[in-house]
Design a protein around this ligand. Structure first.
Ligand SMILES: *[C@@H]1O[C@H](CO)[C@@H](O)[C@H](O)[C@H]1NC(C)=O
Ligand SMILES: *[C@@H]1O[C@H](CO)[C@@H](O)[C@H](O)[C@H]1NC(C)=O
Ligand SMILES: *[C@@H]1O[C@H](CO)[C@@H](O)[C@H](O)[C@H]1NC(C)=O
Ligand SMILES: *[C@@H]1O[C@H](CO)[C@@H](O)[C@H](O)[C@H]1NC(C)=O
Length: 777
C-alpha cells in the first residue's frame, strides 16, 4: 500500500484520461428522483421497503441478463435527504425511466472537486470566561459530520482524552475496511464511513483491481484533505504541533470539545454527486448537527445540484450545512454552493507569515514566503545558486510540469517556475526529479501578490507578481544570474489581516442574485492542521507525513472553521435552528481588520460585499448576537416561488409539490428573512420593498435603533427605526424600502444596516450588508 500510495500522492493534481477511456460499456451513473411514496406496513403499498421500491424501477427498465440481475445496477438507495436512487444505466434506459409517472427527475452523475493552529487564536478564541469556548463548553456534545477524503484516525488531533461519552442519540457506525476497523473510532472520532460506488462506476477497472480507487478502500484518508478539514473544525489540542519546526504552536480545532464523524466521499479523482448524496443521507440519519463540505463545482441551477438538494432536507431536519465557496475567484459570480439554506464560506488571510526572501546576485532582496521544512540553516539560507528560468515558449517548461524540465539545464540550479497548470507542490517535485537544487515559484499576473505557502521537497519560496517581474528582468539582463533563499521562520503580526484571499470565489450569485453570497469569510490561507502519517515502513519521503501537520490554503480550509463555530453556537444554544445559527455568525462578523481599517481584498483595495459577504467571522460575538433572523424552512420554497421556479423545479429540491400562485397570493410582498439584504433590479425596475423579522435572543428588555448607510445613488428607508423588546424570544418586524430612481451606470453598489442596542442593557450590534445589483439581461 505504501509504495502505491506514494505514486498516487505525487500525481495528486493530475487527470487520468486513460482510466476514463478504459470504459467500454455505455453505462453511466444516473441519480433518479422519485415522487414520494409512503412505505408503511399495512398500507396498500406493495413494497416491503424503500429499497424494494427502488429496485422495482430497475426491474422494469433494465433487461434481464443471466449473469447480471437488474439489481446489480443499483449503486445507492437514498432515504433521508433524497427520495430515489443512483444506478448504472444506458442513456435509453435513463430516458425510459424519466417517462414513468413516479419518476420526478433523472440526472447524470456529476464530478466535483475539493476546494483546495494558529487560526483559532486569530479568531479570538481563548480561555476567557466570557469567551466563545467557555460559553459553549468548547462545542461539547455537538457532532460535526465532515464529507471529505476520510480521516487519519491516529493523528493526535483525534485523541479522545477528556472527551465526554459518545452522545446516546448517535446512530452512526465506524465502518471497517482497508487498514481501518471499529477500534479506530473513539469519543472524538465517533463515526466513519466511505462511499466509493459512484466513483468506481466512473473509473471502472478490472474486477478485484482496487487501483480504480488507488487508495485505502476504507474511511482512511490517503489524501490528507479530510484529515486537515476535520481537525480544523474539531481537532483536540496538540501541544508542540508544527510543520517540522515551522509555525510551531499548539494546534487545536475551532470546537475542540465537539465530536467528529468522517464521511469519505472524495477519492483521488474527485468526488461524485452520487457518493456525496449517499454520505449526506447517512450523516443526517446518523445524527450529525453540522455538516461540513469543503467541496463543490461551478455554480449550476439549484435543482440540478445534488449538494443543494441534499442540504435542503438536511436543513429541514435541523442540520446546519456549511460549504466552501470555491477557489475560482476573483472572477465575479464564481461563488458555488450558493443555496439560500446553506452557509457559504469564502477565504481570508491570517496575520501569520513565513518569510523566505530571495537575495539576488545584484544585492536586491525580493520578498517571498515558504514553509520549506528541510534542514537548511533558516537564518543564513541556502547556498548561492545559479538561476534558471526555462521559458522558451514551446514546451511550457516555465510551468515546471513533470517531465518537461531538461536535467542538463536545471541540474544543481535554482529553477524559476511560473504558477499555473499544475499544483504548486507538484512543481517542486518536478524540479527535484530533474535534479534542480531549489525553486522559486513566481506568481503570474492573475495571482498578483497572493501568497499561499506549501510544504516543498526542495528549498523553495513563492514570490508575488511584482517580484516575479523584477526577478525575470534580472535573469534576462545578467550573464550568470545567481540567488539564494533566506528563510525567516514564522512571523506573527502581518500588516493588514484578515484580507480576502485572491482565489476566494465571489458573488453575486449567478443562480440567485437576490441572496448575497458568500455569506462570510474565514481563515483559509496557510492553515496548519492535521495530516496523515504513514503505516509502518513505506519509504515515504514526505516530510509532512512525518510531522503530523501540514499547511494548506483554500476555501476548503475556511469552511471547517465556520463548521466549528456553528458547533460552538449550537452547544451554547441547543434549541437554535440552522437559520438562527447562520444569522448569529453573519450579523456579528467583522468588516474591519486588526488595524481597525476596512478589510482589504488581497492588496487591491477595500473588499466589497461580493468578496466577503457579511464579513470575517467573530465567534466570541457570534455566541451572543442579541437578535437573529430566523427562517422557517417552508419559506425557502416560497422564496423559490418568488424567483419564478416552476413546480417541477421546486419539487426536485423540496420533494414536495407547491402551487406557487397560491403561495404567493397568501404571502403578498414576501421576502426571505435572510440576515443580509440583496436587491437585484431587473431592467426598468427601480424600487423594492422588503420585510425582515428579528427575534430577541439577547436580553429581555432591550431597545435597538437602526443605523443605515445607503449604497451610493440608492435611497434606503427602514421603518420603524426603533425596535423595543420586553421578552426573550419576542419577534419584531420592520420594512426596508430600496429606491434607485436614477438608473445606475454601475453594476452594483453596497451599504449596510445595523441594529444598535441602546438603553443600558448591552451594546450589541446586529449588522446586515446591503447589496444592490442591476441585472443585465
Ligand atoms: C483493528 O486493527 C488493529 C490494527 O490497526 C488490530 O490490532 C486490531 O486487532 C483490529 N481489531 C479488530 C476487531 O479487527
Ligand atoms: C505523530 O503522531 C504520532 C501518533 O500520535 C506520534 O506517535 C508521533 O510521535 C507524532 N510525530 C511527531 C513528529 O510529532
Ligand atoms: C393554484 O392556485 C391558484 C390560486 O389559488 C388556483 O387558481 C389554481 O387552480 C391552483 N392550481 C393548481 C394546479 O392547483
Ligand atoms: C423588564 O421591564 C419590565 C417593565 O419595566 C420589568 O417589569 C421587568 O422586570 C424587566 N425585566 C427584566 C428581566 O429586567
Amino acid at each position: 500500500m505504501g509504495a502505491k500510495l506514494f505514486v498516487v500522492f505525487n500525481l495528486l493534481f493530475f487527470f487520468f484520461p486513460f482510466l476514463g477511456a478504459a470504459a467500454v460499456e455505455v453505462l453511466q451513473t444516473y441519480i433518479v428522483q422519485l415522487h414520494r411514496q409512503e412505505v408503511t406496513a399495512g398500507s396498500d403499498a406493495v413494497f416491503a421497503s424503500k429499497l424494494h421500491w427502488h429496485l422495482s424501477f430497475l426491474e422494469k427498465s433494465v433487461p434481464w441478463d443471466r449473469e447480471k440481475q437488474p439489481s446489480s445496477r443499483l449503486l445507492y438507495s437514498y432515504h433521508t435527504v433524497f427520495d430515489g436512487f443512483a444506478a448504472q444505466l444506458t442513456g435509453e434506459e435513463a430516458a425510459a425511466l424519466l417517462e414513468l409517472p413516479a419518476v420526478a427527475s433523472v440526472r447524470a452523475d456529476r464530478r466535483v472537486e475539493l476546494h483546495t493552529t494558529y487560526s483559532y487564536k486569530f479568531l479570538g478564541l481563548n480561555f476567557c470566561p466570557s469567551g466563545a469556548w467557555a460559553r459553549s463548553g468548547f462545542g461539547g456534545g455537538t457532532i460535526i459530520g465532515v464529507l471529505d477524503t476520510g480521516v487519519w484516525p491516529e493523528n493526535p488531533s483525534f485523541d479522545d482524552r477528556g472527551m465526554p461519552p459518545v452522545p446516546v442519540r448517535w446512530q452512526g457506525v465506524c465502518q471497517g475496511g482497508e487498514h481501518f476497523n471499529a477500534s479506530n473510532c473513539n469519543r472524538k472520532l465517533i463515526g466513519a464511513r466511505f462511499y466509493s460506488k459512484g466513483h468506481r462506476a466512473n473509473y471502472p477497472t478490472k474486477p478485484s483491481d482496487d487501483v480504480s480507487l488507488m487508495e485505502y478502500v476504507s474511511p482512511r484518508d490517503a489524501h490528507g484533505h479530510g484529515t486537515h478539514t476535520a481537525s480544523t473544525a474539531a481537532g483536540a489540542a496538540v501541544a508542540g504541533a508544527s510543520v517540522l519546526g515551522v509555525g510551531a504552536g499548539e494546534a487545536r480545532g475551532v470546537a475542540p470539545g465537539a465530536h467528529v464523524a468522517a464521511y469519505k466521499v472524495c477519492w483521488f479523482n474527485g468526488c461524485f454527486s452520487s457518493d456525496i448524496l449517499a454520505g449526506m443521507d447517512d450523516a443526517v440519519r446518523d445524527g450529525v448537527d453540522v455538516l461540513s463540505l469543503s467541496l463543490g463545482g461551478f455554480p449550476i441551477p439549484l435543482f440540478e445540484d445534488s449538494i443543494a438538494i441534499g442540504s435542503y432536507r438536511a436543513t429541514v431536519r435541523g442540520v446546519s450545512v456549511v460549504c466552501a465557496a470555491g477557489n475560482n475567484g476573483p472572477s465575479p459570480s464564481s461563488v458555488a454552493n450558493e443555496a439560500p439554506w446553506v452557509l457559504t464560506v469564502g477565504a481570508a488571510t491570517l496575520d501569520r507569515r513565513f518569510p523566505a526572501y530571495v537575495r539576488l546576485g545584484n544585492g536586491r532582496i525580493l520578498y517571498g514566503e515558504s514553509m520549506y521544512p528541510g534542514k537548511v540553516d533558516l537564518k543564513n539560507g541556502g547556498k548561492e545558486l545559479e538561476l534558471v528560468y526555462a521559458a522558451d515558449g514551446t514546451r511550457e517548461e516555465e510551468y515546471c510540469i513533470k517531465g518537461s524540465l531538461s536535467a542538463t539545464a536545471v541540474a544543481g540550479k535554482m529553477v524559476v517556475c511560473d504558477r499555473g497548470i499544475t499544483g504548486r507542490a507538484d512543481k517542486g517535485e518536478a524540479v527535484k526529479e530533474a535534479g534542480g537544487a531549489a525553486m522559486i515559484l513566481a506568481n503570474s499576473e492573475i495571482n498578483q501578490q497572493e501568497d499561499s505557502v506549501d510544504v516543498h521537497v526542495v528549498p523553495a519560496t513563492l514570490i508575488g507578481y511584482r517580484e516575479a517581474v523584477e526577478l525575470k528582468e534580472y535573469i534576462s539582463s545578467t550573464k550568470r544570474p545567481v540567488a539564494r533563499i533566506v528563510f525567516g521562520g514564522t512571523r506573527i503580526g502581518r500588516a493588514r489581516a484578515p484580507a480576502v484571499a485572491l482565489f476566494s470565489a465571489r458573488g453575486p450569485s449567478m443562480t440567485n442574485p437576490s441572496v448575497l453570497k458568500p455569506d462570510v469569510i474565514a481563515p483559509g490561507v496557510n492553515i496548519i492542521a492535521a495530516w496523515p502519517g504513514s503505516l509502518g515502513p513505506s519509504g515515504l519521503e514526505d516530510d509532512a507525513r512525518r510531522s503530523n501537520f501540514t499547511v494548506l490554503s483554500g476555501t476548503s480550509m475556511a469552511c471547517p472553521h465556520v463548521s466549528g463555530i456553528a458547533a460552538l453556537i449550537r452547544s451554547a444554544h441547543p434549541s437554535w435552528n440552522p437559520a438562527m445559527i447562520r444569522s448569529a455568525i453573519m450579523t456579528t462578523a467583522d468588516v474591519t481588520d486588526r488595524q481597525g481599517k476596512p478589510i482589504m481584498d488581497g492588496e487591491g483595495g477595500k473588499a466589497d460585499v461580493f468578496a466577503m459577504g457579511a464579513g470575517h467571522v467573530n465567534p466570541a460575538r457570534a455566541v451572543d448576537p442579541g437578535l437573529v433572523y430566523d427562517i422557517d424552512p417552508a419559506d425557502y420554497v416560497t422564496h423559490l416561488c418568488t424567483l419564478g421556479y416552476t413546480h417541477t423545479q421546486i419539487f426536485k429540491i423540496a420533494h414536495s409539490g407547491v402551487n406557487c400562485s397560491a403561495v404567493l397570493q397568501r404571502n403578498g410582498g414576501f421576502s426571505l428573512n435572510y440576515p443580509s439584504i440583496s436587491v437585484a433590479f431587473k431592467k426598468g425596475v427601480t424600487s423594492a420593498a422588503l420585510q425582515r423579522t428579528v427575534t430577541n435572543v439577547g436580553t429581555p428588555n432591550s431597545t435597538y435603533t437602526a443605523q443605515v448607510a445607503a449604497p451610493p445613488g440608492v435611497k434606503v428607508r427602514v421603518s420603524p427605526t426603533t425596535l423595543t423588546f420586553s421578552d426573550f424570544g419576542e419577534k419584531k418586524t420592520f420594512r426596508v424600502s430600496v429606491d434607485a430612481a436614477t438608473p445606475s451606470a454601475r453594476d452594483n453598489a453596497e451599504g449596510y444596516l445595523v441594529w444598535k442596542q441602546s438603553g443600558g442593557q448591552g451594546n450589541r450590534r446586529v449588522r446586515s450588508p446591503i447589496a444592490v445589483t442591476w441585472v443585465v439581461e
